[in-house]
Design a protein around this ligand. Structure first.
Ligand code: NDP
Ligand SMILES: O=C1OC[C@@H](O)[C@H](O)[C@H]1O
Length: 369
């Protein structure tokens, strides 16, 4: 029998920053190394605010591949007829405008986290994606990694009982006293601070363990509480703590989440506590390679511990790229694993935590209010 030809999925890349580089490197990894034979990714064009930067990016990241077009505007990528989907890797506060322009050009969209800077912007984007009949997904890459799929399987099988508490933290020392105040992590105009940049990851684990739990039946948190601590340098949060309570369904559970841009990561970064055990997930929680499952005996002590380790070629971003290609191939407008509801929940939580914490964007930053 003749082998089925893989789908060649063609990407346009918006921006040439750090994450765009990591993403493109992963697109260029041979999919067979991760057991994928139905999809092949192709980088068709790269857009930057400067054509020299776009070309330098192609030279550096894609070995100067002559078939990749370098553009000095993002608009030329949106208009490129050879592009199936756009990858948007600009700072947070540009996601809305870049994604909207891409949607209007009829392109499918994979947009970096946090998907927008507020809920109203996301709602507006989703309406536009519907109107233009395109696929749209936030680039929550952790959801598609093999470790997350396995953790989800263990949670849903129920051998540990129901989840009761999630503790998750992502911290990273950004050396804030020695970087420019125009750096995206410090500049409020770029959505700086811990919550928007690294808060999506502790929240992701709460969504996976609690919101997605079959007993929760996609009920929203019944309570959201947040507290923010500002940097002494610019009015963005250096640390934020937030809690979610899920009590509107058969699940009675809470998540206590935190993030900081001045501390190093802790390990394990995520602990999910169940009626009869726990899952401990190693740092970094955006791309963990290891977790442990602890089973409790009748006396509440750990009776058995299993360790699971994962490895693959590449950085872990290619799994989300495969998901986008397959969804588009199958005519889907959203992913079943990281659907629009989860990005809406994320923005609902972040808006509420920012409201309680007094985090306001400078005037004009939010494009929809
Ligand atoms: N999934 C993940 O693992 C990660 C996701 N991210 C997300 O990706 C986004 C970008 O982060 P990162 O790559 O670290 O950021 P960088 O600052 O490294 O890159 C951002 C790029 O956006 C473009 N850009 C457009 N407008 C501006 C502007 N006004 N100021 C600065 N840059 C601008 C620039 O590209 P050009 O000059 O070519 O136009 C720039 O290189 C963020 O939203 C972040 O949350 C970040 C890191 C990891
Ligand atoms: O998504 C991310 O994960 C890793 C962090 O270092 C980065 O700032 C953030 O955007």
């Amino acid at each position: 029998m003749a082998a089925i030809k893989p789908l060649i999925f063609r990407w346009g890349i918006i921006s040439t920053g750090k994450i765009a580089e990591s993403f493109v490197k992963d697109l260029l990894v041979d999919p067979k190394t991760r057991g994928v034979d139905d999809i092949q990714h192709q980088v068709v064009s790269v857009g930057s605010r400067s054509v020299e930067k776009a070309q330098e990016f192609i030279d550096r990241v894609a070995g100067g591949n002559k078939s990749i077009k370098a553009f000095g505007t993002y608009e030329e990528v949106y208009a490129d007829k050879d592009v199936d989907a756009l990858y948007i890797g600009t700072p947070h506060t540009y996601h809305y405008t870049n994604a909207l322009d891409g949607i209007k050009a009829g392109k499918h969209i994979l947009c970096e986290k946090p998907v927008t800077c507020n809920l109203a912007e996301l709602r507006s984007l989703l309406a536009a994606a519907k109107e233009h009949n395109v696929f749209f997904m936030e680039a929550m890459w952790t959801r598609f990694q093999p470790l997350s799929l396995e953790v989800k399987k263990i949670i849903d099988e129920g051998r540990l009982g129901l989840p009761v508490l999630v503790h998750a933290d992502l911290s990273g020392n950004f050396n804030i006293h020695n970087i420019l105040t125009t750096h995206r992590i410090l500049d409020p105009a770029l959505g700086g601070g811990a919550l928007l940049d690294i808060g999506p990851y502790p929240l992701f684990w709460a969504i996976l363990a609690l919101y997605e739990h079959p007993a929760n039946n996609s009920s929203l948190p019944t309570n959201i509480v947040g507290s923010m601590l500002n940097t002494p340098i610019t009015p963005v949060d250096s640390s934020t703590c937030f809690t979610l309570t899920f009590a509107g369904s058969k699940l009675a559970a809470q998540a206590t989440l935190s993030c900081s841009i001045t501390l190093n990561p802790i390990d394990p970064g995520v602990t999910i506590r169940f009626e009869r055990g726990a899952i401990l997930i190693s740092s970094p929680i955006y791309c963990p390679k290891e977790f442990k499952v602890q089973y409790l005996g009748p006396n509440g002590k750990v009776e058995k511990e299993e360790r699971r380790v994962f490895d693959y070629v590449g950085g872990g971003w290619h799994f989300e790229a495969d998901e986008v290609a397959r969804c588009v191939r199958d005519g889907k407008k959203e992913s079943e694993l990281w659907g629009h509801d989860k990005s809406l929940l994320e923005m609902t939580v972040f808006d509420e935590v920012r409201r309680q914490g007094g985090y306001k964007f400078p005037p004009g930053v939010e494009k929809v209010l």
